[in-house]
Design a protein around this ligand. Structure first.
Ligand code: M6R
Length: 366
């Protein structure tokens, strides 16, 4: 059942090209170059009326929603808030007329996410679900459902479900952007082409993972480390940090690169590993100056950079390259080496990667 892989997690990491394809299948009208979402019954008029979007989720799904916020705002210009489901319920959220709430959940059974949906519905919001499980509670309680078609995810640490949630957000953002006219046809055609290339790019990345193994050997002895990034790289840093903590039991923190000097820089010592995500071209210069900042304090920097940005080799100790794509789509590629890094580190430590201590696959209690 593990298909020749040592663990479910590794198998699921390798299933991502397939999960991307399945999640896109039937949702791109090639002729019209349009996104079609059969499970979403929002009409163009209803989309035009949406004043705000609130996303609710837990754990990794929350991190996917953070990427989703950037994607949906960029493509639709509708303001998006993201909340941890466990916080949303108790903060008396302001749910005005024409609020769309999007609940994200792999299992569709997470207690806090379900409770957030019920809270939102009570105040009259329309609820859409992004979930991986047909017939799940979240799917049943939402008006619109956008299924990720990642297939069953067994490992506690979410990998292909997260990345398929990103694909779902790309489709949704484009769908709404096309309907609103906020996504122009030229960009749209380009994005569709880039989206369709992602599975092949992931496949290619999975073939070249040796350097990541070496980096895992380096961090396996460490007690704590940092992930830093800006913009989408910051959202991805949070996911990378959770993944590493969850299965390797190494303490790590994700920090917005620009925030370092407001406190955490004090923790950087000689040899502290800092994984710097620098895949967002427009923010590159700023991130590079943050890398220099930590380097000057002795950090051991592992940078994640876009192919061709070799100048990072001058500043960082190690560079992992990510293939180029449309900037909003980069997290769907950049997540792969970060998953593998967490995986190899945990495996080197001899941990039970599929069943980390203290955790359950689905959190059905509050
Ligand atoms: O099934 P859900 O997506 O609602 O689960 C949410 C979280 O419990 C889940 O993502 C958790 O954080 C994972 N173990 C992370 O790998």
């Amino acid at each position: 059942e593990k298909n020749g892989f040592d663990t479910f997690m590794l198998k699921e990491i390798h299933e991502q090209p397939r999960a991307y394809e399945d999640t896109m299948r039937g949702r791109i009208d090639e002729e019209k170059q349009q996104i079609v979402l059969p499970g979403v019954s929002l009409t163009p008029e209803q989309i035009r009326e949406i004043k705000q979007i609130q996303m609710v989720a837990c754990g990794t799904a929350y991190h996917a929603a953070l990427v989703g916020k950037t994607v949906v705002e960029r493509l639709t210009r509708i303001p998006v808030e993201v909340d941890l489901a466990s916080e949303y319920r108790y903060r008396m959220p302001i749910i005005r007329e024409n609020t769309l709430v999007i609940a994200v959940s792999q299992s569709g059974e997470t207690a806090d996410t379900l409770a957030a949906i019920r809270e939102a519905k009570q105040w009259g919001a329309r609820v859409m679900a992004i979930t991986n499980v047909v017939g799940s509670s979240v799917a049943r309680e939402a008006e619109d459902v956008l299924f990720t078609l990642a297939g069953p995810e067994i490992a506690v640490a979410s990998t292909k479900a997260y990345s398929s949630q990103l694909i779902a957000f790309y489709l949704l953002g484009m769908f709404m952007g096309q309907s609103l006219g906020t996504l122009d046809p030229v960009t749209s055609v380009e994005m569709i082409a880039m989206l369709e290339r992602l599975p092949f790019q992931v496949e290619e990345m999975l073939r070249h993972q040796d350097p990541i193994h070496g980096i895992a050997e380096h961090i396996t002895q460490q007690e704590h480390l940092f992930f830093i990034g800006r913009g989408l790289d910051y959202s991805l840093a949070m996911e990378a940090s959770l993944k590493l903590k969850e299965i390797s039991y190494i303490h790590s923190e994700a920090y917005a690169a620009g925030e370092l000097k407001h406190g955490s820089l004090a923790l950087i010592e000689d040899g502290t590993p800092v994984i710097a995500l620098a895949t967002q071209e427009l923010l590159l210069e700023k991130t590079v100056s943050n890398i220099k900042e930590v380097k000057a304090r002795g950090a051991y920097v592992i940078a994640l950079a876009l192919e061709g940005n070799t100048e990072l080799e001058k500043t960082a100790d190690q560079v992992i390259y990510v293939p180029r794509t449309y900037s909003l789509l980069t997290p769907a590629l950049a997540v792969v080496p970060l998953q593998l890094l967490a995986y190899y580190t945990a495996a080197l430590r001899g941990n039970d990667v599929d069943k980390p201590r203290n955790l359950a696959k689905s959190v059905t209690v509050e």
